[in-house]
Design a protein around this ligand. Structure first.
Ligand code: ZN
Length: 359
């Protein structure tokens, strides 16, 4: 049964380098059915000490092509989807669409933030790691369960303050350790076993040979996963955020600045339970009584409206916005979508938008 789940799974690995090499090999060997590989780089002789997917014969060729050959040698049944491009903030949402999970083995901040944002907004688990010299960090960002990448790393360090792998070097075998751990976390999530590294940052020092775990939390106002921040962010260029997903809502927990309001009557709510919420009937929003009382909380708070399927909650959202609640949003798909999410929090996000290689 576990093997069938893996065969049906679609995993995108960002970067076919030091971390991506062991991650891809172990995911393929474990029987993951579809592996997306994104990298716009060519194999260089100086990569080979840590990028064990590639050999001398691949020098000068695209890393995705070399990765595809290495995976085919291991298990020809694995479907490899090559993305010979650079993942950017604009292209990321389209690239990750259709995958169940993303393993991030990228080596630069721009790509990490782009991956983090796209995963946070799609509610996908993002198995992230970073390695420098003898130190490594790894975590699973998963909005709906815990923080996203930007919750914990709000801004990239100023250029030049952190040496890159190329400048500072990295111990090849350490990328092997950490990339293998990323594969382990990905497999745990796909199989639904154990406790993934959600809400925990694992720090490793290879010289001292120590491992340490730090708890990490969601951050109110995070521009990648908090709709109140998203609503205020470059609002001139992007459409206002009006809906949130069950993934997002589940990750909110008991955040004081987020109020969940169910606009259905008591009998309806009992018949189809939604998320924990205050009950405020739609009629009292229509006639304005609920908007004049304190029942909706402060207009500065995020209010998430819930109904059965998302139609009445959208009306409630519009009424609240008109009355000054700038951060009113509606739960997409309502209590129906919520109950589906509760039953299967890792359900895949639709069909793949990836371009498949013919090779
Ligand atoms: Zn966040």
């Amino acid at each position: 049964m576990g093997q069938r789940r893996l065969a049906a799974a679609k995993v995108l690995v960002v970067g076919a380098g030091g971390l991506g090499s062991p991650a891809l090999l172990y995911l393929a060997a474990a029987g993951v059915g579809t592996l997306g590989v994104i990298d716009d780089d060519l194999v260089d002789l100086t990569n080979l000490h840590r990028q064990v997917l590639h050999g001398e014969a691949s020098v000068g060729r695209p890393k995705t092509e070399s990765a595809q050959e290495a995976i085919a040698r291991l298990d020809s049944r694995v479907r490899v989807v090559r993305h010979d491009t650079r993942l950017t903030r604009d292209s990321a949402p389209g690239i990750i669409r259709g995958y169940d999970l993303v393993v991030d083995g990228s080596d630069n901040f721009d790509t990490r933030y782009a991956v983090g944002r796209a995963c946070a907004q799609a509610g996908l688990p993002h198995v992230w790691a970073s390695v420098l010299q003898f130190q490594a960090q790894i975590s699973v960002w998963w909005v709906g369960r815990g923080p996203c990448y930007r919750c914990v790393f709000p801004a990239s360090p100023p250029p030049g303050s952190v040496a890159s792998c190329v400048e500072a070097g990295v111990l090849g075998s350490l990328t092997g350790t950490i990339g293998s751990l990323q594969a382990t976390e990905a497999l745990k999530i796909l199989l639904g076993v154990g406790d993934p590294l959600v809400g925990r940052l694992l720090l490793h020092d290879a010289l001292a040979q120590t491992w340490e775990t730090l708890p990490v939390r969601r951050r109110v106002g995070c521009p990648d996963c908090d709709p109140s921040a998203q609503a205020g962010e470059d609002s001139s260029t992007r459409p206002d955020l009006v809906t949130v997903t069950p993934h997002w809502l589940a990750g909110i927990g008991s955040d004081q600045r987020v109020r969940v309001v169910d606009v259905r009557d008591a009998a309806e709510r009992e018949a189809l339970p939604g998320p924990a919420a205050h009950g405020i009937p739609l009629a009292s929003l229509r006639d304005g009584t609920a908007l004049q009382s304190t029942r909706l909380g402060s207009p500065e708070d995020t209010v998430v409206f819930v109904c059965r399927s998302g139609v009445r909650s959208e009306e409630a959202r519009a009424l609240a916005r008109a009355a000054g609640w700038r951060y009113a949003v509606s739960l997409e798909g309502g209590a129906l979508a919520w109950s589906r999410w509760v039953a299967a929090p890792t359900s895949p996000a639709g069909s793949s938008g990836a371009v498949e290689s013919s090779a």
